[in-house]
Each structure stands twice: as structure tokens, then as C-alpha cells.
Write a protein that binds this ligand. Structure first.
Ligand SMILES: [Zn+2]
Length: 245
């Protein structure tokens, strides 16, 4: 595992933001894991089960930005805006569960094997005409490895496959249950860890770009030179620029 890259480093943050901006949303988590130094290459990150991706991204988030992560959600009952603390530190500790589950066969047929999707599965599904069916076709096989046509599954099998997939999704399907203090409405808040990290990074980038632009304009320095500075030194130069007559 690489340990030198850190998203707390402005140059790494910008590179991560730039690369993740250029890929579909479902691959952003894999890109960020690679850029953040938790996975050696993007190919490897794309092939991780989504449960593992989500837990690792939660670790990357808390390592970089701390454990206090809040989201603002609207109460469906009364419209009140609520701040809820998201359990990213806990999700970061979710151990890898099984990658596959077996769904018993309907009368006489073969058992089905359900595999936890990877980011690569989501990318392929998103590019197809029917993403839900494409994902099923990629992640559900016969026990012997043979393909299963999603249309051949009856309603009971379909429900069993969905239940198995949800179980396998682990940290990738985290749902926070909370209760509105104003009206008592109980609600579930989806915790999409890769999306949260992506939004956090995207929110940090404008300030970094503005600092680079300000110092480059003031001193004629190249972007790479400004980004290579420590935060302390960059801040000191910014104070100098802002206070000089
Ligand atoms: Zn409410």
C-alpha cells in the first residue's frame, strides 16, 4: 500500500479532484482511494467490492477531514432542516464481510450465487440500456458459474437476490435512522460515503485554486511551486500579500 499520498496535501487534493471530475460518479470512490494512497492503482480500486470501497473511503474521509461529519437533511414530515451526524468513523471500521452469497434454487433448479458489485460493475451497468438488468446479469450466476438471464428469475428469487445483495453491500448501503426533534417523524438517511468525500473535496478546491491564483499573480510563481509549499509557508506568503501596501 502506498502511504505517501495524502488528500490533506493541496497538490494531491487537486489531482484527486481533477481525476474524479473526469469519471462517472460511480467510479469517483475508486479514483479517490487511489489518489488518497489507500489502494495502489485505479484498476485494483475499481475491482474492490463496493462494501470494501465504502469502508476504505470512510477511512480516507476521517483521516483527511476528521471524524465529525454532518449532513443537512429536510424532514419529510414537517420540512424542518436537520443536521445529522454521519457515522463515518464507524463505517470505516466495518470489516469486510463475505463477497458472495448463495440463494437456494427454486424447485429443481440450480442455486444462485450473488456477488457484491464492484465500481467496474456499476460502470458497465451505467453504460447499458437497462442498468438494473445489466447489474443483475453481471453479479448473479448459477452455482456452477453459468450465466443467469435476469428475466428467468421469478418474483421470489428476485426478492431473495435483492435481499442477499443488500446484505453484501455492507457499508455501501449504510442507512442512518433518525427522528425529527420538531415533529417526531422517523426517517432513514442514506449515507453514500464516496459521494460525501467527493462533495467535501469539491468544496475545498475553490479556496485552494484562489490561493494559488493569488500567489502566482503576486509573485509570478508557477502553480506547481505554490502547491509544493507547506500550508504554513503558503499562509505566510498570503498574509504578506494581503498586508503589504
Ligand atoms: Zn419533522
Amino acid at each position: 500500500m502506498t502511504t505517501t499520498a495524502s488528500l490533506a496535501d493541496a497538490a494531491v487534493l487537486l489531482a484527486a479532484w481533477e481525476e474524479a471530475s473526469a469519471v462517472p460518479a460511480c467510479a469517483a470512490g475508486a479514483v479517490l482511494l487511489h489518489r488518497g494512497g489507500l489502494v495502489d492503482d485505479v484498476t485494483q480500486a475499481l475491482d474492490l467490492p463496493l462494501a470494501t470501497t465504502a469502508a476504505l473511503v470512510a477511512r480516507l474521509y476521517t483521516q483527511t477531514f476528521g471524524e465529525n461529519v454532518e449532513a443537512v437533511v429536510g424532514c419529510p414530515g414537517c420540512g424542518e432542516r436537520l443536521e445529522v451526524a454521519l457515522p463515518l468513523a464507524r463505517l470505516a471500521r466495518v470489516a469486510d464481510g463475505p463477497v458472495c452469497a448463495t440463494v437456494p434454487a427454486a424447485d429443481g433448479g440450480r442455486d444462485l450465487v450473488v456477488r457484491c458489485p464492484t465500481s467496474r460493475d456499476l460502470l458497465a451497468a451505467a453504460a447499458s440500456a437497462d442498468p438494473a438488468e445489466a447489474l443483475l446479469a453481471r453479479c448473479v450466476t448459477e452455482a456452477g458459474g453459468g450465466p443467469v438471464a435476469p428475466a428467468a428469475l421469478d418474483e421470489t428469487q428476485r426478492a431473495a437476490v435483492d435481499a442477499a445483495a443488500e446484505e453484501l453491500a455492507g457499508a455501501a448501503a449504510a442507512l442512518l435512522r433518525t427522528c425529527c426533534p420538531a415533529c417526531g417523524h422517523e426517517m432513514g438517511v442514506d449515507v453514500d460515503v464516496p459521494a460525501l468525500l467527493w462533495q467535501r473535496i469539491a468544496s475545498e478546491v475553490p479556496a485552494v485554486l484562489a490561493e494559488v491564483a493569488e500567489l502566482s499573480a503576486a509573485f509570478g510563481w508557477a502553480e506547481g511551486d505554490v502547491l509544493a509549499m507547506s500550508e504554513v509557508r503558503r499562509s505566510a506568503y498570503l498574509r504578506l500579500v494581503r498586508t503589504r501596501p
